[in-house]
Unconditional design. Sequence first.
Lengths: 292, 239
Amino acid sequence: MDRLVFLLATGLARGLVVALFALSLVIVWRAARLVNFAQAAVATVAVFAAFAVTGATGSFWAGLAAALLTGAAVNAAVERGLVRRVPQGSPLPGMIVAIGLVMVLQSALGIAFGPRHRPMAAPFDERPFVVGGVPLLSPYDLFVLTVALALVGLLAWLFNGTTLGLQLRASAAAPEVSRLLGVRVPRMVTLGWALSGAVAALAALLLVPTELGLNAHSADLLFVHAFTVAVLGGLDSPTGALIGGVLVGVLVSLVTGYLGAGVAPLAVLALLTLVLLVRPAGIFAAAQVRAA
Amino acid sequence: MSAALAVEGLTVGYAGAPVLDGLALAVAPGEVVALLGANGAGKTTLLRALSGLTAPRAGRVLLDGADLSDLSVEDRARRGLAQVPEGRSVVTELTVDENLHLGALWCHPGRAARRVAVARTYDLFEPLARRRSSLGHQLSGGERQMLALGRALLARPRVLLLDEPSLGLAPRVVSQLMGVLRATARETGLTVLLAEQNVTSALSIADRGVVLSLGAVVVDAPAAELADDPALRHAYLGF
């Protein structure tokens, strides 16, 4: 019973990180109707930037800012420099470019920094609080929960409470009509990519200290989990990404705790397969087609 | 007086099979012009070329004498050229209120000014006021068309381009829409180019009728004259 409570609590913290990353995939999908397979590689580049800045300044927060800026800048450059230049009619060219970019970025990181895992210190203690003999969340888990929830709140406000968010949503839903109303749609698309890059970078930065350490493939598994979540929740649904993220986080935590870490990826892939078989559009997907 | 909207030598489509073939047209400020013609005559293509959604092979579009050729769709909109495209022009994932605020965004800076402008639109189109928090896809065809028209007018356009606003609507709704359009044009001096299959209702509010055939203007006459000329109607409009 104690074990179950502990696994559920850590699963929640991990799940929110997965949810954030899935949210970043949803943001790109809504802006550009593209699954950005390069999101993990871009996020890893951003975490390397954070690692370098934190190493040079000694400040975790400076590193965090560097990760956000790098994630946003790299994704904006990817959209302006690559994705915008491939044919738009079908989703395939953009997807292939993104997969190519994964290889380029990961190889570059491998050449520059080697294959070893660099240990990254968490800014807070990672030993869990013990409440009544039951180990629960660590201070770092609490930090992750707080940051993730704050970011979700911030994104909800940005998209639903500001005129910029209104333009972002309109551009995603109906680009042609939005342009006729004077909305600078190309700029909104770039902004969506940048925003999504920053969110992905933050998710990866929160995750890496709890894992083996930093190397070119640090965020790969996070991407697989988040992709599962995005498909589970429907690529169009931020709410779906949130709920799905927590579910997958808890699933991974429970399977790891009771059956072993090696089984967890299998469990996630089994879930992905199941969703694709039963409800390919996602559980939270609205049944509507994008207007012109 | 210089034309509010002028089109010179506009050619769209492939050589040998142009959709528009050197089309010329001038609309005076405050004038309501009905753009008529059979399916495939080039009405929608003309409107899309005017707003910049379709790139022409040759020719120019002038708004108040200024050449729009190098401007993007969104910059033409901000200069005062509004287009209500045919059919699905409401952003169905946004609410009625959000659609209207989107239309008011760049020409009513400030939250308070936008709210006032949107409130005026609700006065003009009362059915919309009852549905302000409904999503676009929950609206009826008539409500959608009202929303699209109200949203376009919110940007205080100089020239309004309408593509088949009466398509699929009940006659009562059509006459209500046409009434608002006519009244707005009279009160504000709005210039309107109205592409319609519904010849009778278009001519009932227009000053002038222009008939397109095979991508060129074949008839350009006062609306009253066109409405009363059975030979013309029969030759180009098919009834």
